[in-house]
Design a protein around this ligand. Sequence first.
Ligand SMILES: [Mn+2]
Length: 308
Amino acid sequence: MSYKKQLQTFEQLLDTLEGLIDEKFLTPGGYPKISFAIGDVQGCFDELRILLDLIEFDPDKHNLWFAGDLVNRGPNSLQVLRFVKELGDSAITVLGNHDLQLLAAAEGILQPRQRDTISGMLEAPDIGELLDWLRFQPLMHYDASLDYTMAHAGIYPKWDLEQAQSCALELETVLQGKHYRDFLEQMTNWNKPKKWKPDLQGMERLSFISNCFTEMRYCDIKGRIHLNVGSKEAQKRGFVPWYEVPKRALKKTPIIFGHWASLSPQKVKSKHLFSLDNGCVQGGKLTAICLQDKSYFNVHCRDAKAYS
Ligand SMILES: [Mn+2]
């Protein structure tokens, strides 16, 4: 076969492949659906609306991925919950620590702390259905066609995709089951255990899974998680961010996460990690990334003083 002929065949092959790949991303209307992932909203509804205007959000053309912590500390958590719930299939959200704390506060288990803005929400007439909806959201999301995964705090460094998915499912089953209150009641035992063992049982197992998906930041190099540790102490004790634990299992799958406001996207030196919490509620920015072209969009906090 001549070189020209080979090139032609190759080009035809590419066209066919492109057609096949594109088809997966088409909406029923026939155009490609674009996905945007958004960092911790924490009740910053005005900033969310401005961000969505910036990306010209259209639920028929776009999907939104929320990295968890939709609520608390900010001024409009109720509006955020109502809005994301109303988006239906156009939005995916994973549970964060503040979301779980809201569920616990609604059950009278946790007393809101001084900076929390949860109490007022509990009086809303539709709070029951909003909380039921929230309780049924996953701890982790994986999209096979885009090959992206998302969890609020991150993915425990010793878990591969399959292990992480099965652990998420275990806790989701409990949260969505009859005895979810029992879990919420006991989840205040946040710090134990530190290390994963496949044979962990009962509350120790659920607590570990919950901590990994919603609370984790620093680990030691053996993969034990250390919660409530600031950056200075972490440095002194030789801890590393969870994604720098040696031999991390899920290296090649891109991970979207939030929860770590001081960790701007630029600080994470890996093309497979997207740290989206830019601390909007603390006076920083609300950040979105387009998953298809990796472009970033930011909206500054409108009134940090009012939020803190
Ligand atoms: Mn968080």
